[in-house]
Design a protein around this ligand. Structure first.
Ligand code: AHM
Ligand code: MG
Length: 330
């Protein structure tokens, strides 16, 4: 019988990772193992997220530990899962989490081997869990910089140096979006089989869509240019959509187009979002899909030189034309 047409193929995330690896004959496989740790973490976090509120209720009686401790918060659980799955992977030298003040150094015996640093926001937008809203995990992978033995210095690379980035959206389904610098691919978790199935390859963000995503409650404390942009967009019949979880908001824009922003505010003069855990990975994905990601007019997020792993940066991300419209008002 004829082999099935390529478009009919069922490709799991695991198979996809192996296919990609085979394009690099010199690859040691360590990078693929890291991606597989992220995939299993995503499934474990998803299963906890699906039980949000239930575990709180059922746990107070049945699941208390011997010390009588309360159920852990889900962001702590998600952080633990990622640290423990990545901790077992030879290729990971350093992990840095939005939840931990200091990066965790796993391996220092790095002679001349190629090792990686993995940075993540384990459960972004976790306050949405209280209202059954979408949350996400965001990750960024860098090569360990062999010239800088200090962990912090090794991590402080601009986003253009990322070798991979992605996010997991725990929404009405669980979606895994990944780029290794060869475009953007998307997978959906089939809960019956426990496998991520590829649903799209080489995603392209629409060039334009009259939609902005920003916390408009902060409008009066935005720099004037953003306020002018919002008036401009409203005069042109733009829609406003804001989930309050960056992963959900950027995912909508990746698929449907528009612009997501977190501008400077009086309370947060550099915006709220973190360069290393949120802005850089999302910027890489959106650029790989043909969109734009700026911190200010003419300034790519991916070129910002980091000075601190927890630093914040203003974010304007999305369809190229929509990002240009915002920038032209600033
Ligand atoms: P978190 O990492 O503490 O969850 O905060 C990040 C989240 C983003 O997902 C979202 O875009 C933003 O905070 C929403 O902030 P605000 O409530 O100020 O609009
Ligand atoms: Mg976050």
């Amino acid at each position: 019988a004829d082999a099935p047409a390529r478009s009919n193929e069922i490709v799991t995330l695991q198979a996809h990772i192996l296919q990609q690896q085979s394009r690099y004959p010199e690859a040691s496989g360590q990078f693929s193992w890291i991606l597989s740790a992220l995939a299993i973490s995503a499934k474990m976090i998803a299963s906890h997220v699906r039980r949000a509120r239930l575990d709180d209720v059922l746990g107070t009686v049945g699941n208390q530990n011997v010390q009588g401790e309360q159920q852990q918060k889900l962001d702590v659980i998600a952080n633990d899962i990622l640290l423990r799955t990545l901790g077992g992977r030879e290729g990971v030298a350093i992990v840095a989490s939005e939840e931990n003040e200091e990066p965790v150094i796993l391996r220092t015996d790095d002679a001349d081997e190629r090792k990686y640093c993995v940075l993540f926001d384990p459960l972004d937008g976790s306050s949405n869990l209280d209202v059954c809203g979408a949350v996400g995990t965001i990750f960024s992978i860098l090569r360990k910089d062999r010239r800088s033995p200090a962990a912090q210095a090794s991590l402080l690379q601009p986003g253009v140096e990322q070798v991979a980035a992605g996010y997991v959206l725990y929404g009405s389904s669980t979606v895994f979006v990944l780029t290794i610098g060869l475009g953007v691919d998307m997978f959906v978790l089939d809960p019956a089989y426990g496998a991520f199935i590829r649903v799209a390859q080489g995603l392209r963000i629409p060039k334009a869509n009259k939609c902005y995503s920003v916390n408009e409650g902060n409008r009066l404390s935005f720099p004037e240019g953003y306020q002018k942009y919002l008036s401009w967009a409203q005069e042109r019949g733009y829609s406003s959509r804001y989930a309050g979880a960056m992963v959900a908001d950027v995912h909508r824009i990746l698929l449907q187009g528009g612009v997501f922003m977190y501008p400077p505010t009086r309370k947060a003069p550099k915006g709220k979002l973190r360069l290393m855990y949120e802005a850089n990975p999302m910027a890489m994905i959106v650029e790989q899909a043909g969109g734009k990601a700026l911190s200010a007019p003419g300034e790519r997020i991916l070129e910002v030189r980091p000075t601190d792993i927890h630093q914040r940066v203003p974010v304007i991300i999305g369809s190229s034309e929509e990002v240009d419209h915002v920038a032209s008002h600033l």
